[in-house]
Ligand binder design. Structure first.
Ligand code: CA
Length: 428
């Protein structure tokens, strides 16, 4: 089935600002509360939020097999469970409804009033009920930098890293959408040179620049997904700030990996950009020939996407400073390899599972995806526009991540994930 929604010649009768992340070729999916206090599934074109449940009630999806009320919900899970064919049909239809040349909704004022809202008048919510949250560790540059800092600079990558898309199971209960602040966590840390831990607020709160993909129900327990079919079970992607407390992490992570250092807040962008929308930006991932992965992880063709990423720090009083620019295509392991690996033992993947990429660091020092790397463990502080310096994130700083793809025809973006670090809640 062709992806007619991606037609670059199409324009919308809704105004779209130049350089918007959300032209009519994007059509992401999200959840919002309308100014009439109705929660609905929606999409976004330019600065407009579009109510899909109203569109369904008014018959605009007639001819597409959809459960009644599938959009009148507070999560996208049921729609995602309907599968790739349905996602594509709905996206194609939405492109058609909002095409500049289609008068049906354009010229129907009462329908328009029920369907189209200014973004400023709605409250955007978390788009899915996240089932399981898995976080990978798939950037070779990031894993190498961390290995150099904490282990052996000459053997920075652990022996398994080039063979396995390394990951761990996180928690979904503290995944929050853009705009929700996160408190500095308390925890145990081991001060330098000491042998006994202390307890208190983390002194090394960091961001991790990541993306994440959201799955549909993919397999039964015991079944595995091949690397070739894995992408068919990926609904779309979001930006992810995987907040991390480095000092807590350093003390707790041996031998079972990160625990409380990683589950006090994970922030995601609210509009899920479909893999269909990203299709024009498919590109090669790093060559994997030294060593070659095991056969179940080998794949042909292009499975990365050319997504520019950036991180800004906005101090409470002052101007935002961009501290990193990276790109999703730097990741060594692709999403399809991650998903094939995740299921190779028969682990079941559900609709609404969230799979983080791992920190996406590029090859140069200005493309590292965490303060840990940008300041090299706190040794080289960054200077913000107001002259203040940062080794890690300070109270009341806001971290903003953005991501977009751009070619000569179209720009498809994610908007942003923005979250403020609030002071620790006093321990009484
Ligand atoms: Ca992470």
């Amino acid at each position: 089935m062709p992806i007619t929604a991606n037609d670059v010649n199409r324009t919308s009768w809704l105004e779209v600002e130049e350089n918007s992340d959300f032209p009519i070729q994007n059509i992401p999916f999200g959840v919002f509360i309308t100014s009439d206090d109705v929660i609905t599934i929606g999409t976004r074109i330019g600065s407009y939020a579009i109510d899909l449940s109203a569109l369904q009630q008014l018959g605009y999806f007639d001819g597409i097999e959809l459960t009644e009320g599938v959009f009148l919900q507070d999560t996208l899970n049921d729609f995602i469970a309907a599968g790739k064919k349905t996602w594509r049909l709905v996206r194609n239809r939405l492109a058609d409804i909002f095409d500049a040349n289609n008068p049906h909704l354009r010229d129907n004022a009462s329908h328009r009033e029920a369907v189209v809202f200014h973004l400023a008048d709605v409250q955007v919510q978390i788009p899915v009920e996240v089932g399981d949250f898995t976080d990978f560790y798939s950037s070779r540059e990031h894993a190498t930098n961390v290995g150099k800092m904490f282990r052996d600079p000459n053997n920075a990558l652990l022996p398994n890293w080039l063979h396995i898309p390394v990951g761990y199971h996180g928690r979904s209960s503290t995944v929050v959408p853009s705009g929700v602040p996160v408190h500095r966590p308390y925890g145990q840390t081991l001060p330098k040179g000491e042998t006994q831990p202390v307890f208190g607020p983390s002194k090394r709160v960091d961001f991790e620049l990541e993306t994440a993909f959201i799955t549909t129900c993919a397999n039964s327990m015991g079944e595995r997904l091949s690397v070739e079919e894995a992408e068919d079970h990926i609904f779309g992607m979001v930006l992810l700030n995987d907040w991390s407390a480095r000092d807590i992490q350093t003390w707790e992570y041996v031998p079972l990996g990160p625990f409380l250092a990683k589950n006090f807040g994970s922030s995601i962008s609210p509009w899920i950009v479909t893999l269909d929308a990203l299709e024009p930006f498919r590109t090669a991932s790093p060559v994997q020939d030294d060593p070659k992965p095991l056969p179940y992880l080998q794949q042909e063709g292009n499975h990365a996407f050319d997504i520019d990423l950036e991180v800004g720090i906005l101090p409470e009083y002052g101007e935002e400073k961009i501290v990193s620019k990276s790109n999703f295509k730097h990741l060594y392991w692709t999403m399809s390899q991650q998903l094939a690996h995740h299921t190779v033992n028969g682990c079941k993947i559900n609709t609404g599972d969230l799979m983080g990429s791992g920190t996406i660091s590029g090859p140069t020092a200005d493309s590292y995806g965490s303060m840990l790397e940008l300041t090299w463990g706190g040794q080289n502080p960054l200077t913000l526009h107001d002259g203040s310096s940062r080794t890690f994130i300070e109270d009341n700083d806001t971290v903003i991540m953005r991501g977009f793809c751009k070619n000569e025809n179209v720009r498809i973006g994610f908007g942003e994930v923005r979250s403020k670090l609030l002071p620790a809640i006093p321990f009484e």
